[in-house]
Design a protein around this ligand. Structure first.
Ligand code: URA
Length: 209
């Protein structure tokens, strides 16, 4: 698959298995998601540009590595994206945060925007878009369309699970956007849920079902 990075770290896979179990209670699910998102954030930031800065240690001067230039913006696709956001913010507390709210039109089945608030100077930032489930890919594509319209040029997509259908749709619409996920699952079922998946991520993290 083009532009897809699967994080196969044992800790990620172990935690994901616990999340998939249908009997895992809401509080454990939320805690596991927070822990996994921190590990995924580590991977999604792996190739950020670096430079050096001259510092003084207690022993001597040193040309030390530091992050270069572009600042980060984290954009959560509501509402499930918020479950990934907390863990990523633990790792990158200085990142700016934006939100994209989309719902699915019952008739056309197309995503419709109801909320959009993002940090300024988006074109200067590495934008990490967050949604735990890349299922059909329609909301991911719609969110990224909006971010590009708002000026974003460097975008990455972080999810917990991806379906092959969603990866294909996103790759075709936005070949410049790398996808980072903990698992590429088998396929979507007839109502658009990922199989084997973990069910409705929003319901499981917020206990709404
Ligand atoms: N959204 C979810 O929460 N779960 C799926 O399996 C697909 C989309």
């Amino acid at each position: 698959m083009q532009n897809l990075k699967i994080v196969d770290h044992p800790l990620v896979q172990h935690k994901l298995t616990k999340m998939r179990k249908k009997d895992t209670p809401t509080n454990h699910f939320r805690q596991l998601l927070r822990e996994i998102s921190l590990l995924l954030a580590y991977e999604i930031t792996r190739n950020l540009d670096m430079t050096t800065v001259n510092i003084e240690t207690p022993i001597e001067n040193f040309e030390a590595p530091t992050l270069d230039g572009k600042k980060l913006a984290l954009v959560s696709i509501l509402r499930a994206g918020n479950g990934l956001l907390d863990g990523v913010l633990d790792l990158i507390p200085s990142a700016r945060v934006g939100y994209v709210g989309l719902y699915r039109d019952e008739k056309t089945l197309e995503p419709v925007q109801y909320y959009f608030k993002v940090p300024n100077e988006l074109s200067e930032r590495v934008v990490i878009t967050l949604d735990p489930m890349l299922a059909t890919g329609n909301s991911a594509c719609a969110a990224i369309d909006l971010l590009k319209k708002a000026g974003a040029k460097t975008i990455r997509f972080l999810c917990l699970l991806a379906a092959p259908e969603g990866v294909k749709t996103l790759n075709e619409a936005h070949p410049d956007v790398p996808i980072i996920t903990a698992s590429l699952d088998r396929q979507l079922n007839e109502i658009g849920y990922i199989m084997p998946g973990l069910g409705d991520a929003g319901d499981r993290m917020f206990g709404t079902k």
